[in-house]
Design a protein around this ligand. Structure first.
Ligand code: BGC
Length: 427
């Protein structure tokens, strides 16, 4: 007989041991076929895989992880990247650049090296980690309750803000002041965050009032960074730093974009779909990840970590600068040792529902999704891709009308607080 996953999930949702064939030891526990001998290994695990990716279920005010969502069922995981390591790497990259170029950076010779910062989403833990990483490395952060404040300062050309502080840096016997001249959440009028156009316009307006003080431009991502570079800083030769290593940003390093961080999207996109594959096949979760699968697919230990307590996989970040950008020109290249198609006999075709929070997001649209599209073929998954509008969760959840049609789900929430909006639909 055929024990469909759907049966298991329904039974679990109702809290009944039933369907005449299954005895469940609680929803999160092991389930055992009572009298069935034909169940194949692939059905050993019954809960449909639910992978949150890129936006970690968490409280957007406190940053506290939403463990209820992350434990929605035994096959729920998060895939992202190590946000703190990445933020610190970005901060160090900017600091190293300032140290190497201090004299020529201080364009108006006032002894102050001023930077402006584009913030993506004040409630997104990746955005917070990048703001903190830059402030920590440059010494401009102000701590409260053990954490560096990550709020935008607005305009701070006189250095009087209480949210950041002026730092000092000695380079070759000269002491410079480092000042965060301005920072702002780049949200457009309809509420979409990480908004590239807003970042470009904001920099133009900052430049028209205090342009001669702006020596460095930093952005929480490349979408905003490139918009700023194109609107003002590129033409003025003001070094501009972003995050994501999107192909257009890496290419712009040849034209003066100062640097970016790769969040190892090939690893993240692979993990997003590979976890689904492993869970559906009922094999060890590490298969084709830390442990090579039969086809030889494997991810190097230094490229990811797994945090079991938080059910989270994190890719490790890499700095991309003028020294190494040529290795990163194609942001959509699949991972070197994970590109062999799985055997359809042991990994049969399955149907997956996957969304991105915003069709207009540069990183997800130009880097992450093209990688997912390559991996879905290799992993024998048929994926229905749905793009949200970046503003209202319902632009996505409205399109999850019939979850029974799918074997697994990969979710990119609009707001990190909203995990339950999805899990409640899954039953
Ligand atoms: C990326 C941003 C992107 C955001 C979307 C971040 O990890 O760096 O570019 O806009 O995810 O959630």
């Amino acid at each position: 007989m055929d024990l469909t996953r759907r049966n298991f999930v329904k039974v679990c949702g109702l809290g009944l041991a039933g369907a005449g064939t299954v005895a469940l030891v609680g929803c999160g526990g092991e389930e055992q076929p009572a009298d069935d001998t034909t169940q194949n290994e692939g059905d050993a695990s019954t809960a449909k895989p639910v992978i949150f990716y890129n936006r970690q279920p968490s409280n957007s005010t406190t940053g506290e992880l939403d463990m209820e969502t992350l434990n929605y069922n035994e096959n729920t995981y998060y895939v992202g990247f190590d946000a703190t390591q990445g933020g610190d790497l970005q901060g160090t990259m900017v600091l190293d650049y300032i140290k190497a170029h201090a004299a020529e950076l201080d364009r108006n010779g006032d002894g102050v090296i001023g930077y402006v910062l584009a913030i993506g989403d004040i409630g997104h833990n990746d955005s917070i980690a990048r703001t903190r990483g830059v402030r920590r490395a440059l010494g401009t952060g102000v701590e409260q309750d053990g954490n560096i404040l990550s709020d935008p300062v607005g305009v701070n050309t006189d250095g009087s803000s209480a949210t950041v502080q002026d730092a000092t840096l000695d380079v070759d016997g000269t002491t410079y002041t480092i000042r965060e001249l301005a920072s702002q959440e780049m949200k457009n009028q309809t509420g979409a965050t990480w908004d590239a156009a807003t970042a470009g316009n904001t920099l133009t307006s900052w430049a028209s009032s205090f342009g001669d003080q702006i020596d460095v431009v930093v952005s929480n991502n490349d979408g905003m960074g490139m918009s700023m570079f194109n609107s003002w800083s590129g033409g003025e030769n003001v070094p501009t730093f972003g995050y994501d290593a999107n192909s257009d940003a890496v290419a712009a390093i040849a034209d003066g974009y100062a640097g970016t961080i790769s969040q190892n999207p090939a690893v993240q996109a692979y993990l997003t779909l590979r976890l689904i594959r492993n869970l559906l096949d009922g094999v060890d979760i590490d298969t084709g990840i830390g442990t090579a699968d039969e086809a030889g697919n494997v991810i190097a230990a230094e490229d990811f970590t797994y945090d079991a307590d938080h059910r989270s996989y994190y890719a490790m970040n890499l700095a991309v600068t003028a020294d190494n950008y040529e290795d990163f020109l194609d942001a959509t290249a699949v991972y070197e040792t994970a590109q062999t198609q799985l055997d359809e006999a042991s990994s049969p075709n399955k149907r997956v529902w996957l969304n991105t929070y915003n069709a207009a997001d540069n990183f997800l649209g130009s880097t992450y999704k093209p990688l997912l599209e390559k991996y879905d073929d290799l992993l024998n998954l048929t994926v229905d891709y749905v793009d949200g509008d970046g503003q209202s969760e319902s632009s996505v959840t409205n399109r999850l009308g019939n979850p029974d049609e799918y074997d697994a789900f990969a979710i990119n929430m609009i707001k990190t607080d909203n995990g339950a909006s999805y899990t409640s639909l899954l039953g």
